[in-house]
Design a protein around this ligand. Structure first.
Ligand SMILES: O=C(O)CCC(=O)C(=O)O
Ligand SMILES: [Fe+2]
Length: 302
């Protein structure tokens, strides 16, 4: 093409197409119609669910308020814009140096925290998640995994606060964590199939703008490397994908409202949480799911 022609060549007027991920968007009262939902995500016949109103606005407000009433020392600071409650496994992994004693303490502490949760936060979070997942669990038992040597439990979920200004979760997928946190996953692997783990979370309080869950049209099977800067991925053939380029990498964005639950193939699909804008933090509660080796149980943990 000559320079002149190139200069006058019109850019296509259409916006970049969005990734065609297949999400079931329903109200919580319709879950009974999707009994094999988890199996369908596992087989990738669907990619996930966006379920409206799994918790009421009053319930999620109670959880957010109780989080904010928690002494700041107990809220685990990951960096200036990301806080966890209780402690995230990533922190545990980096601090435990494989000590079984420290691990046991962590799982016992988790058991105490979740025993107190319904009273302290005013909502039976674990009960509701069990009931909700049971509806789409295809007959699987829904359980929280037991801790090391059967002592204590995993955290079934963590509350996450992402603050405006800098807050985001950079591009990742669940499978990426397995090598990064060997202590935590090494133990979980004894009972669970961690490969292709799934994600779940409930929106407690959305930010004024930003904070959407973005799913890139890029999957772990072919792309397992995040280059420095965290906005470029590299596939097995050495091709790179610039996530900032919406024409090169198509995507789907999801913006759940208060009380809505998202569950999806987060082990495989590269995703991020967009920058939080405005004056409000973004609060969510959730974690991950994996199937037991005999596939009779669905575990949830964080
Ligand atoms: O928004 C959240 O709290 C977590 C989003 C995420 O990365 C996931 O669910 O895997
Ligand atoms: Fe994630």
């Amino acid at each position: 093409m000559t320079l002149l022609k190139r200069l006058f060549k019109k850019k296509p007027a259409v916006a970049p197409r969005s990734a065609d991920y297949n999400f079931v968007e329903i109200h919580a009262s319709q879950l009974d119609d999707y009994k094999d939902g988890i199996t369908k995500i596992k087989n990738r016949e669907i990619d996930g669910f966006l379920v409206r109103n799994v918790f009421s606005k009053e319930e999620v407000d109670k959880i957010t308020k109780a989080f904010l009433a928690t002494p700041i020392e107990e809220r685990r600071k990951i960096n200036d814009w990301l806080y966890f409650l209780p402690q995230a496994f990533a922190q545990l992994d980096q601090n435990s140096h494989n000590s079984r004693e420290l691990l046991k303490e962590y799982y016992q502490e988790a058991e105490r925290f979740w025993k107190e949760f319904p009273e302290r936060f005013g909502v039976d979070f674990v009960g509701r998640i069990k009931d909700t997942l049971a509806k789409i669990g295809d007959g699987r038992a829904i359980e929280i995994p037991k801790g090391v040597d059967g002592e204590g439990i995993y955290n079934p979920a963590t509350i996450k606060e992402l603050k405006p200004g800098k807050g985001e979760l950079k591009a990742h997928c669940g499978n990426l964590f397995h090598k990064e946190f060997p202590t935590f996953f090494g133990h979980l692997m004894e009972t669970s199939v961690i490969h292709n783990q799934m994600s779940y979370f409930i929106m407690l309080s959305p930010p004024e703008s930003g904070g959407e869950l973005t799913l890139y049209d890029i999957e772990w099977d072919n792309v397992q490397k995040r280059l420095h800067g965290d906005t470029v991925l590299e596939d097995m053939q050495g091709n790179t994908y610039d996530l900032l380029d919406e024409r090169q990498v198509t995507r789907k964005k999801l913006a759940p409202g208060p009380g809505d639950m998202i569950t999806f193939a987060g082990g495989q699909i590269w995703h991020k949480v967009e920058f939080i804008e405005g004056s409000k933090s973004r609060f969510t509660i959730g974690g991950f799911m994996s199937r037991s080796k005999d596939d009779k149980t669905l575990y949830f943990w964080s």
